[in-house]
Design a protein around this ligand. Structure first.
Ligand SMILES: Nc1ncnc2c1ncn2[C@@H]1O[C@H](COP(=O)(O)OP(=O)(O)OP(=O)(O)O)[C@@H](O)[C@H]1O
Length: 271
């Protein structure tokens, strides 16, 4: 395979299905999921609550294995979690008794501890904190900083592992609108710098259009699948104030809203 071809299929998802065993019998969460993500692409997964967005993200993370089909990241079958795919959760999941610096250092040590000196590991941790603008909060504990700052530490921790893929499960879902907008702008700048490949679960249409190259719109569950993929061809760098008046932005926004509320408006009751 040529490099260009490999890069256009950095993450390959082939006909994936996920069925869960429950006390009431088996529950088909996902069916027929086929998707390619190119290296450096930003992909948003959007769909109504319970359609299986987190289930799909967990499959890419390797936290669960599919009932059918296969997933490949950078040419290798995903058979479990690995530092090449780092996850950022909605609730930051930092250890409360450790400083921000120590939380990041823990991840850095796990990935690079065997081959690098203490000074190199410290430099990696400092660089990650600087990337998210939190050098000044290095010695604070999670309980001493705001929700937005905690999410930034979570992002720094994930990026400090130099993952091939950054997986984000509604990372800004618990934040107020202004903090959320600020973090979206920061994420745009960080990803432009790191050239990360990102798959992000979101409920927010504007967030999806602002950040993404591809918006993967999922049908309602049970047995949810990909309804449509929207390619967002807005030039980068993207600036939210300018984009608000851009007819192309409005066009993409309307396409997602039409899918979610006209075509998938009726949310079936999960079995
Ligand atoms: N471990 C599990 N066992 C049984 N059912 C599960 C399990 N995990 C998820 N489900 C079911 O699979 C479906 C998809 O869940 P998932 O959390 O992926 O949806 P989601 O789109 O991320 O939802 P939300 O937007 O509300 O977070 C839901 O009906 C959920 O109840």
């Amino acid at each position: 395979m040529t490099e260009a071809k490999a890069d256009s299929k950095y993450i390959e998802i082939h006909n994936v299905a996920q069925t869960f065993k429950t006390p009431k019998g088996s529950f088909p969460a996902l069916r027929g999921i086929t998707l390619n993500v190119a290296k450096g692409d930003f992909v948003a997964l959007i769909g109504h609550s319970g359609c299986g967005k987190s289930t799909l993200l967990n499959l890419i993370a390797g936290l669960t294995l599919p009932t059918e089909g296969s997933l490949i990241a950078a040419g290798r079958e995903i058979s479990g979690p690995g530092p090449d795919r780092a996850m950022v959760f909605q609730n930051h999941s930092l250890l409360p008794w450790m400083t921000c610096e120590a939380n990041i250092m823990l991840a850095v040590e796990r990935v690079f501890g065997k081959q690098e000196t203490k000074a190199q590991l410290k430099a990696r941790t400092a660089a990650a904190l600087e990337l998210v603008g939190l050098t000044h909060a290095a010695h604070k504990r999670p309980g001493e900083i705001s929700g937005g700052m905690k999410q930034r530490v979570g992002i720094a921790r994930a990026l400090s592992m130099e993952p091939k893929v950054l997986l984000m499960d509604e990372p800004f879902g618990a934040l107020d609108a202004l903090t959320r907008a600020k973090l979206q702008d920061e994420l745009l700048a960080i990803v432009a710098k790191t050239k990360s490949t990102v798959v992000m679960v979101t409920h927010d249409v504007d967030e999806a259009v602002l950040l993404s190259d591809q918006i993967v719109m999922m049908t309602n569950g049970p047995a949810a699948t990909i309804g449509e993929v929207l390619h967002v061809e807005l030039p980068r760098p993207r600036e939210r104030v300018t984009l608000a008046d851009d007819p192309r932005y409005q066009h993409y926004r309307k396409a997602v809203i039409d899918f979610l509320y006209t075509r998938q408006g009726h949310v079936e009751k999960a079995a």
